[in-house]
Design a protein around this ligand. Structure first.
Ligand code: CA
Length: 378
């Protein structure tokens, strides 16, 4: 199954002012992604997606990776992964170069599934679950005076939609964070899971101060309390607080995750399949996590391609630890405005309340709407 062509799609949607939202990193004014399409000589097409601003990923794929792919056997994903990574290792062990490999790897698994007429989760070893329970990712900052009240209303809306778990942003200063957490917890009651995400806005000392102030609100986890480079800081925060700690969305490839796992720097590991190296590498990272008895909740952000790929990965993750009533992985479902996530699939995953069906079609099981691909092409 020879690769004939590699196409890149930079997709971009400017958010109208009303939809602009903020995290501790700044305001999100645009939704954009790099989607890759790999075509084989026998007429199959596979899709993948790369995490991060898309123009660099496009250049990497068009100029560096695609010439190495054409003519290769699309079923040999591990050989291709190693070739791309090793060839450019000296310049790209983290970040964009690995995200670009991720897009290609996801497309190769989509192709493999289509060639074998099997969903990717079965190629990974089979599903431990055919449905996943999602948590709502939202509760961002808005350009208004009273964020706490607005967050409480938004949290109530997720509850009304059937979400039993949700995640809110922190990292806006300790007083504001505490005010917002208190408002959201009061709005959703004590029975629903609430997680907080600082997007690495704090150092270890500040993160511990915040955690101590909000431990009483029974938080499910505290995500990215400190910068990803500060593994010692992660360990300090985790050892000090009674809140589970999560991280990993900005880490790359098995070497990047090795220290987090070996030192058990987090309770919940959050690799992004579109960034960490695709299915091939996410599977190795999940093995590292398993060997360290760590839970994996994949980070999910981006278009329908990443959403579908993440559903397959989540379906195939073994429960940690195994038990008759084992804790199942929670699936991140981004609720912020993004037509690339909502419109790109002709067959969006079926959802009832907070339960999503894992797609069962061959490969990713994703039927791309080519009109939408064209509409958002930058
Ligand atoms: Ca996050």
């Amino acid at each position: 199954m020879k690769i004939r062509e590699v196409r890149t799609w930079v997709l971009r949607h400017e958010l109208p002012e009303i939809d602009v939202f903020g995290s501790s990193k700044g305001w999100h004014t645009v939704r954009q992604a790099l989607v890759v399409e790999i075509l084989t000589e026998d007429g199959l097409t596979g899709f993948g997606e790369a995490y991060g601003p898309p123009s660099v990923n496009r250049t990497l794929i068009d100029e560096m990776y695609a010439p190495r792919l054409v003519g290769k056997n699309a079923l040999e994903h591990a050989v291709i992964w190693e070739d791309l990574y090793s060839t450019f290792r000296d310049y790209g062990r983290k970040g964009w170069p690995v995200a670009a490999i991720s897009a290609i790897d996801i497309a190769l698994w989509d192709l493999k599934g289509k060639a074998l007429r099997q969903p990717v989760f079965r190629l990974l070893g089979g599903p431990f679950r055919t449905q996943v329970r999602a948590y709502a990712t939202g509760l961002y900052r808005h350009r208004i005076a009273d964020n706490a009240t607005a967050l409480a209303r938004e949290a109530e809306a997720y509850t009304a939609e059937g979400f039993r778990a949700m995640k809110m942003k922190v990292g806006f200063g300790l007083d504001e964070d505490v005010r917002n957490i208190r408002a959201v917890r009061a709005a959703i009651g004590d029975d629903r899971l609430l997680a907080i995400d600082a997007n690495h806005a704090y150092d270890a000392g500040q993160a511990i101060r915040l955690g101590r102030k909000v431990e009483a609100y029974d938080l499910a986890w505290f995500e990215e309390p400190v910068v990803p480079e500060d593994v010692d800081g992660y360990c300090q925060v985790k050892a000090t607080l009674r809140i589970p700690i999560s991280g990993g969305e900005t880490e790359y490839a098995r070497w990047g995750f090795r220290e987090l796992c070996a030192r058990r720097a987090v309770d919940i590991l959050q690799p992004d399949i579109c960034g960490c190296g695709g299915f091939t590498e996410a599977w190795r990272i999940a093995a590292l996590a398993s060997a360290s008895s760590m839970t994996v909740y994949p980070h999910v952000w981006g278009t329908a391609v990443g959403l579908f790929a993440s559903l397959h990965l989540t379906a195939a993750l073994p429960p940690n630890p195994p038990a008759m009533l084992a804790a199942e992985p929670l699936f991140e479902l981004d609720r912020t405005p993004n037509p690339l996530r909502d419109q790109l699939a002709l067959n969006p995953p079926k959802r009832a309340g907070d339960v999503l069906d894992v797609p069962t079609g061959p490969g990713l099981g994703l039927e791309i709407d080519r009109a939408v691909l064209e509409r958002y092409r930058a």
